[in-house]
Design a protein around this ligand. Structure first.
Ligand code: SAM
Length: 247
């Protein structure tokens, strides 16, 4: 439960370099520490704040732009990673053992391939986190261009609008029709989102949105299970609109 989880106070307090060592800035932790005066830091994948140790967070050369909320065993991430090799993506998962499984798999890919190989998963990482509550602790306003909610246990929060940039897209898929309708209802009611028409994400073309939807339909563990059982999958996409000029 939540009291076992710790969170960075803000995205700046995250030790992103430990999650994406291939993108770490050249500076050593000590140099960063001198500059930043030793801030609280997260341990690699389990987001445990290290109390005694005041290691400064190291920066990375680019920010995370794709989040997979409730990533489970990471099938979507491992399929997206080589397709979008220049984009950093983060899985967020509440179950400890599942998070560790994904973390170990990432480590194995990184050990097996040279860092420049798109199969090396340098652009993928995973965190144990309760995304219902603490998304803005990890991402700055408008940081993300894609949020995936694949076969979610029901959750819907204002936070998605905060961390997703205008023009960015929330990708949802579920086999539970009621949940699909519930999510559609909530996103359509929310002033920050408009539904993306099906023509824009289905079809022959091979742009980024269609590519992501194709991967989302086929590569998540839950999606594969639904396919095996000949179940139906309900997909809906929502685009983050510009903020209104008033607060
Ligand atoms: N997206 C994966 C897929 O399609 O195969 C996993 C789907 S599974 C049905 C839902 C996942 O969301 C579970 O792994 C669960 O532990 C995770 N989850 C549920 N609530 C969460 C929360 N508040 N924060 C993070 N993860 C959560």
């Amino acid at each position: 439960s939540d009291h076992a989880l710790a969170y960075p106070k803000s995205p700046e307090d995250m030790d992103w370099a430990s999650l994406y060592p291939g993108y770490a800035t050249a500076k050593s932790p000590e140099e960063e520490k001198d500059e930043q005066g030793g801030m609280q830091v997260c341990e690699s994948h389990d987001v445990t704040l290290s109390e005694g140790e005041q290691r400064a967070p190291r920066a990375i050369t680019k920010n995370v732009e794709i989040a997979d909320i409730g990533c489970g065993f990471g099938g979507l991430l491992f399929a997206l990673a080589p397709q979008f090799p220049d984009t950093l993506m983060l899985g967020m998962e509440i179950r400890t053992s599942v998070t560790e499984y994904v973390h170990d798999k990432i480590r194995a890919y990184r050990a097996k391939h040279t860092p420049s190989d798109p199969q090396a998963c340098q652009n993928v990482s995973v965190l144990r986190a309760n995304t219902m509550k603490f998304l803005p602790n990890f991402f700055t306003k408008h940081q993300l261009h894609s949020i995936f909610l694949c076969f979610p246990d029901p959750h819907f929060k204002q936070q998605y609008a905060h961390v997703l940039r205008p023009g960015g897209i929330v990708y949802t898929i579920t086999d539970v029709k009621d949940l699909h309708e519930w999510m559609v209802g909530h996103f359509e009611k929310h002033p920050s989102f408009i539904r993306v028409e099906q023509e824009e994400y289905d079809g022959e073309e091979d742009d980024d949105i269609r590519k992501k939807v194709r991967i989302m339909r086929t590569e998540t563990e839950e999606g594969k299970k639904v396919t095996r059982n000949n179940g139906e999958k309900f997909v809906a996409l929502f685009r983050r609109v510009e903020d209104p000029p008033w607060p």
